[in-house]
Design a protein around this ligand. Sequence first.
Ligand SMILES: Cc1c2[nH]c(c1CCC(=O)O)Cc1[nH]c(c(CCC(=O)O)c1C)Cc1[nH]c(c(CCC(=O)O)c1C)Cc1[nH]c(c(C)c1CCC(=O)O)C2
Length: 339
Amino acid sequence: MELKNDLFLKAAKGEQVSRVPVWMMRQAGRILPEYRKVREQAGSFIKLATTPEMAAEVTIQPVDILGVDAAIIFSDILVVPEAMGLPYEMLEAKGPNFPKTIHTQADIDALVVPDPEDQLSYVLQALDIVKKDLAGRVPLIGFAGAPFTIFCYMVEGKGSKTFSLAKKMLYSEPTLAHQLLQKITDTTIAYLKAQLAHGADLVQIFDSWAGILSPDQYSEFSSPYISQICDAITTHPVTVFAKGAYFAREEIGKMNCEVVGLDWNMNIAESRKLIPNKTLQGNMDPCVLYASFSEIEKHTVAMLDAFGKQRYIANLGHGVYPDTDPEKVKCFIETVKAY
Ligand SMILES: Cc1c2[nH]c(c1CCC(=O)O)Cc1[nH]c(c(CCC(=O)O)c1C)Cc1[nH]c(c(CCC(=O)O)c1C)Cc1[nH]c(c(C)c1CCC(=O)O)C2
């Protein structure tokens, strides 16, 4: 199926575009009343994520309602640990929780490297439906967590400001940590390849907790595993988004990926210098969307001026916050499109 709007993919591949493409991390979610309705029907986040028809419906909502230039498959990075043998629950107002966590060699040995067509078939079915229903309107983004970020949840068992339990393993049991990271990496490569086989046009790797590592630890425990994934995916473009890893921009810029995501702590001009010859994505502070319409326009235009029109995909510097007014989101998207 030929794409009617291929701005996002063209920009990702470094081709000339007639205008800057735009989408938002977490665009499929609680900002939209239409999402909350389907979420209520499903009864729980996990039920929604594991029911392909419903997941497909909320994936397409932001394309129809917000007018973004790409869809991102509705799922979660935590489906990977689940498929490896660590089920999770999503606690209301608290976030993810893993009743069982990883601490010993025996724990790691008990994990499987699953066949995605088997344990993750519900995500692949959702991709099939979205691809068909989008009918080429916009490209479809697949995703997974970076191995280090998934490691954080598998060891810590829940969200944390410091992830000190997970980091403890890096310092006290580095050999075990590397074994676990490799198992996650093997799973992630097979999973992302399956998403691409089921119609994803690009895959994004979310290293949401990169910023808790020192530069040396990042080079030892995170970047080599992301590099393995980038090297294994040769058929489609890849985006690496390492939140908080301003110190690793040069290193990430050398990876075999086409796009690098930036958060709002990262200076745009400096990032262009540190990451030459790649497309950049980002990076407005999601809190700008709490401001007035005129402030939002001002900040969006300033961001566009700083990035330039080519080799650039407009986005926020992290996921949109759930209490953001969808009209403010539309203002951001329309300002990019009119630029
Ligand atoms: C760290 C991480 C997670 N999940 C994800 C990350 C990496 C990106 C980032 O750093 O934000 C990725 C993710 N999670 C979700 C998507 C869907 C696609 C999209 O629109 O971007 C994506 C890309 C849906 C979701 N994942 C989650 C929700 C909210 C749950 C709900 O609707 O009840 C959604 C829409 C739940 C989730 N999932 C996760 C947490 C910590 C939480 C709870 C926090 C919260 O409530 O926002 C883990």
